[in-house]
Design a protein around this ligand. Structure first.
Ligand SMILES: [Zn+2]
Length: 119
């Protein structure tokens, strides 16, 4: 059983949607970039076939570093991190729970992924 989720950046230039596992908890990561973002993410890594992105032209920013396996997307207008393609499962997406409609990340428990040592 899957749930439909949709979300956006702050200014609305980037929208996304997917069908996936019900969001009942969050995931945090202590790697160098996730520590700086401070965002809670979906525990599920969402396959690219299920992930749909609608972005205004020029709005989708991409940041990569190190091995450049992961792809960290953000909005070029409002600066918000919306989703990224994971280092652990290249091509699969995790989403910023703060961007998902109807989800209050502060009400969810979070697991911690030790990306600082495992990535
Ligand atoms: Zn934006």
């Amino acid at each position: 059983m899957t749930t439909h989720y949709q979300g956006s950046c702050h200014c609305g230039a980037i929208h996304f949607s997917y069908d996936g596992e019900e969001i009942t908890e969050g995931l945090r990561c202590n790697c160098s970039i996730c520590t700086r973002k401070g965002a809670m993410m979906t525990p599920e890594a969402i396959s690219p076939e299920r992930f749909h992105i609608e972005a205004e032209e020029g709005a989708l920013g991409l940041y990569q570093f190190g091995a450049k396996t992961a792809r960290h997307y953000f909005c070029n207008r409002c600066g918000i991190y919306t989703f990224h393609e994971t280092a652990r499962q290249p091509g699969y997406f995790r989403v910023n729970l703060g961007c998902v409609d109807g989800i209050d990340p502060f009400s969810l428990d979070a697991k911690l992924f030790d990306g600082k040592h495992l990535l």
